[in-house]
Design a protein around this ligand. Structure first.
Ligand code: FCB
Length: 448
């Protein structure tokens, strides 16, 4: 049967996702404070090609055009994030009215176009002023985040019904504090685990605050990057290695949210590096969620490898599989496997795919970008979403990453993920083949 929108429930959310630092630009305008990514990308050697996001897609000035694009695509939802330092430049204390007004207008603009806002509060751009006081490694940051959440809910909570506290805490913690490839560029395991714990504490503190200051039908969730982990062989030792790696990648993040605390086996492997957890923290962290946001990009395949890292497991780079420009394996079936597993093991009330997409090498020829690889990628993953829905998993929406080509963190502008091409010298937007396909897919047939 051909894949069509009618096969999904009519209430299904169809969207695209972006984040503030990756698209807004206007990094030093209208009273915005610096974020750790402003600092990081201006530190020599951190970003490919010396790129930075000072202008990015200039969405801060071109947001109306971008909202029109989404309306033309036929989306019914849009996931974006708020830049904390745009709203509260020092991270705590004085609010920047101009920053707050930007998001106020954005939300109104979305609603006028029948686009339902999904608002992420933290997509990695921590105010630099808070980093100077220890950032996520400091417990105080969690309380500042809850105050920031209140500011946003008080301003937007009469219109916004979907709140996502954090995007991909794994990346905040591990990419930012262990690998050092992301801001703030720290390389220390204990700091990474402590940062994660405070991110989680901040999430747990913010959940009731968001509910209290928003409309009664407000829904609050969090977005995790999750990867189904496959053993390289059916040998018991590889199966056990996959289980350990799953602890590192997935269970460490899921278990505390669902009231199980940090998984014991992973805790033991982390040994002396484990975070300081205070009485009551785990109860705060497991505040009831209305939905779980899942970012799905690729699976991981691992084999037993004694002595390799803390988990004695090694990731295998499979040959002869399709890969993206990021070298990520294209593996649509992993989406179904992952969501079925989450449904069985954690039973979230609702799940959204809050990001899914791919980067491929592509060029503009005669004003067109024929990104057939991305088009196929989206179609194959949306097909998996359908399988998941039909299997009875409460998947209620899909957000393609991304609307626009944008600043891809440490990769700069080298990796394009958009359904819409952006010429970064002129800021011209051009719908790619994938965007056209998504629009056709979303078009609701007119009854004759
Ligand atoms: C995710 C991030 C998002 C984007 C995609 C490609 O990990 O949440 O901002 O960079 O990867």
């Amino acid at each position: 049967m051909t894949l069509s929108r009618d096969l999904f429930p009519s209430t299904f959310k169809w969207g695209s996702a972006t984040s503030s630092h990756q698209i807004e630009g206007a990094a030093f305008e209208d009273g915005k404070g610096l974020s750790i990514w402003d600092t990081f990308s201006h530190t020599p050697g951190k970003i490919k090609g010396g790129d930075h996001a000072d202008v990015a897609c200039d969405h801060y000035h071109r947001w109306q055009e971008d909202l029109d694009l989404m309306q033309d695509l036929g989306l019914n939802s849009y996931r974006f994030s708020i830049s904390w330092p745009r709203v509260i430049p020092a991270g705590t204390g004085a609010v920047n009215a101009k920053g707050l007004d930007f998001y106020d207008r954005l939300v109104d603009g979305l609603l006028q176009r029948n686009l339902e806002p999904f608002v992420t509060l933290y997509h990695w751009d921590l105010p630099q002023a808070l980093q100077d006081q220890g950032g996520w490694v400091s417990r105080d940051t969690a309380y500042h985040f809850a105050d920031y959440a209140r500011t946003m809910a008080e301003k937007l909570g009469d219109r916004v019904t979907n709140w996502i506290t954090h995007n991909e805490p794994f990346c905040t913690a591990i990419m930012g504090h262990l690998y050092g490839a992301h801001a703030p560029g720290i390389q220390d395991l204990h700091s990474a685990l402590q940062a994660l714990h405070h991110v989680y504490l901040s999430h747990g503190l913010a959940v009731p605050v968001l509910r209290e200051h928003s409309r009664p039908d407000a829904q609050v969730g969090i977005t995790l990057s999750l990867h189904p982990v496959y053993p390289h062989s059916e040998q018991p030792r590889d199966i056990l290695a996959a289980r350990r790696h799953d602890g590192f990648r997935n269970r460490w993040y899921l278990d505390p949210l669902y009231g199980r605390g940090y998984p014991q086996d992973v805790w033991e492997r982390y040994g002396q590096h484990v975070p300081d957890v205070q009485d009551g923290d785990l109860d705060t962290i497991s505040a009831k969620l209305d939905f779980l946001g899942v970012n799905y990009y690729f699976r991981e395949v691992v084999e037993d490898s004694p002595g390799h890292g803390l988990f004695d497991a090694r990731e295998i780079h499979l040959e002869n599989v399709k890969r993206t420009h990021f070298d990520w394996e294209v593996f649509p079936e992993g989406l179904t496997a992952l969501l079925k597993r989450i449904h069985e093991d954690y039973a979230p009330e609702k799940i959204y795919i809050t990001e899914n997409g791919a980067t491929f090498e592509e060029e503009m020829v005669d004003g067109q970008v024929d990104d057939e690889d991305r088009r196929q990628f989206l179609e194959d993953h949306i097909q998996e979403c359908l399988n998941v829905v039909q299997a009875g998993v409460p998947l209620e929406g899909y957000f393609a990453w991304s609307l626009l080509d944008n600043f891809e963190w440490a990769e700069g502008y080298d990796k394009r993920f958009g359904m819409v091409h952006v010429d970064f010298s002129t800021q011209q937007r051009t719908l790619k083949t994938s965007g056209n396909w998504y629009r056709d897919f979303l078009r609701i047939p007119v009854e004759s």
